[in-house]
Design a protein around this ligand. Structure first.
Ligand SMILES: [Zn+2]
Length: 504
């Protein structure tokens, strides 16, 4: 790994060059079985326990296409406004890699199932940018190699490698954009917004959970620069398998600065794959990129062509969900929030969780407050995505109900949420176990207020003399005495009542 890479400042790079991007996103479908055999796709099984002669490419084994895989591909194509092929075939992409036992990947080459579409994505300021889609095609995932003994976990420096073929043959849809031009300095932001929008779309279609941190969705960022005013594209680099929204943006930005430095120095960009490093935000050289002809693509002879009937395609089109961008615009109106706030919820992956919490009975403002406040903070601190936190929308809705009926105040509700996330049980159980209930017994509250008055005679005199603002100190004392379990508004009323003062 090179320790330093020459970069020019982002502003200087943009002053001389236009970035052109191509984004290739792989989505792992959530089918129960693999793309061409009946092996389970369930995660977490013993290595190599979900592999059969077909997905291992043993002699004589014959693949069969997974119908749900094809259906999911068509749904994705339709949602991306693509044309759907009336007839298409699979192709063999030949190359050797230890985690690919067949020595070829079953993919699609010049006959993708979906082509010529677009996806509108919204930028931070609300502007909509159209990203054109070249194609979406079906293929299979490879197995997983684990390189052992090296410092970096990469093959370089490893003493040996372990191979797990459970992932080999899991259905993938690869979605490829046309060259994205004209985004200028906003190119990295467009890349991030595109992947975010695509993730929402995939989730809305129900074809995959699209969890980037679990590798269910990964993005290759292809980038090249050309001097202002020039038609011809520059040579591109391909940063592989970037697996978070933030990293997609950072990788694009880094490559813009790196390319500019090479070009400014009179050098040439090598067409190569590159690895992105989360820790430094930089990329390093991978391997020199093969050309398509190196793969010796040819039509897969063991699989029948896919020829979806127009009736089926129209049926799937009619069943498409609302487009996520349209849905967000509708929710923005309903919730009365800004485009910027909506973008934050999108980036946090919170929208579906908030909607589900509202469906479970919470009001919109409370649902947003807990998911984007306390829970987002927990997610950040623990590095666990919001949707993977061990708390359900129903449980969050229950907490908001307890607040609404006055049994919890915000401070106590935070402790309840903390308890649920720590696995102490559901909200009611945590309230019970931790003894977290607002003290609503008037007798107990009045006693606590009288105690606070007796302990702070100076303050009490001020309030009697009309300085109502001084009541805060007594309210604070009561809240402390009740360990935060009193209703502060009621305490203030009682303080004023006992001292014969009135508000305002
Ligand atoms: Zn199999």
């Amino acid at each position: 790994m090179t320790a330093t890479t020459d970069l020019v400042s982002y502003e200087d790079a943009l002053a001389s060059y236009d970035p052109v991007m191509g984004l290739e996103v792989h989505v792992e479908l959530g089918t129960k079985t693999k793309m061409f055999c009946g092996c389970s796709t369930e995660l977490g099984a013993e290595p190599n326990s979900q592999a059969c002669p077909t997905c291992l490419g043993m002699p004589g084994a014959l693949p069969v296409v997974n119908a749900i895989g094809v259906e999911s591909a068509i749904k994705i194509g339709l949602a991306l406004h693509c044309e759907i092929a009336e007839w298409c075939r699979f192709a063999r992409k030949n190359y050797f890699y230890p985690d690919m036992p067949k020595n070829f990947q079953t993919s699609q080459y010049d006959e993708p199932i979906a082509f010529n579409g677009y996806l509108d994505v919204q930028l931070e300021d609300g502007e909509v940018f159209r990203v054109e889609i070249e194609r979406a095609h079906m293929e299979e995932d490879t197995g997983k190699s684990t390189h052992v003994g090296g410092a970096t976990g990469r093959i370089h420096g490893a003493s040996h490698s372990l191979l797990d073929y459970n992932r080999a043959g899991i259905p993938l849809i690869e979605i490829v954009t046309k060259p994205i031009e004209g985004a200028g300095e906003r190119a990295p932001e467009v890349a991030k917004a595109y992947v975010a929008e695509l993730r929402e779309l995939i989730k809305a279609l129900g074809v995959s959970e699209a969890r980037m941190e679990m590798g269910q969705m990964r993005c290759d960022v292809n980038l090249s620069l050309r001097p202002h005013g020039r038609e011809k594209f520059g040579t591109r680099s391909e940063t592989k398998n970037v697996n978070s929204l933030r990293s997609v943006e950072r990788a694009a930005r880094f490559e813009i600065q790196r390319h500019a430095a090479v070009l400014d120095g009179g050098g040439t960009i090598i067409q190569e794959t590159r690895h992105f490093h989360e820790d430094t935000g930089s990329t390093t050289s991978g391997r020199v990129k093969e050309e398509a002809e190196d793969y010796r693509y040819f039509p897969e002879p063991d699989l029948v062509p896919v020829a979806p009937s127009r009736e089926w395609v129209e049926e799937l089109r009619a069943g498409l969900p609302e487009q996520p961008l349209a849905r967000r615009n509708r929710l923005r109106e309903e919730w009365g929030v800004s485009a910027h706030d909506m973008q934050s919820m999108l980036n946090a992956g919170a929208i579906d969780l908030i909607v589900a919490t509202i469906d479970a009975g919470a009001d919109a403002a409370s649902a947003r407050k807990w998911w984007m406040g306390e829970l987002a903070r927990t997610a950040n601190e623990t590095g666990v995505p919001l949707e993977a936190l061990p708390i359900t929308p129903e449980q969050v809705a229950r907490v908001t109900a307890l607040v609404a009926e006055g049994s919890l105040n915000d401070k106590l509700a935070r402790q309840v949420i903390e308890g649920v996330v720590k696995g102490e049980g559901g909200p009611d159980e945590v309230v019970e176990k931790r003894g977290l209930k607002v003290v609503s017994d008037e007798g107990a509250l009045t006693a606590a207020v009288d105690e606070a008055i007796a302990a702070n005679p100076g303050v009490a005199d001020k309030i009697r003399a009309g300085k109502v603002a001084a009541a805060g100190a007594l309210v604070g004392a009561v809240m402390k005495a009740t360990r935060g379990q009193a209703d502060a508004a009621r305490v203030k009323e009682l303080v004023l009542e006992r001292l014969g003062a009135t508000e305002g």
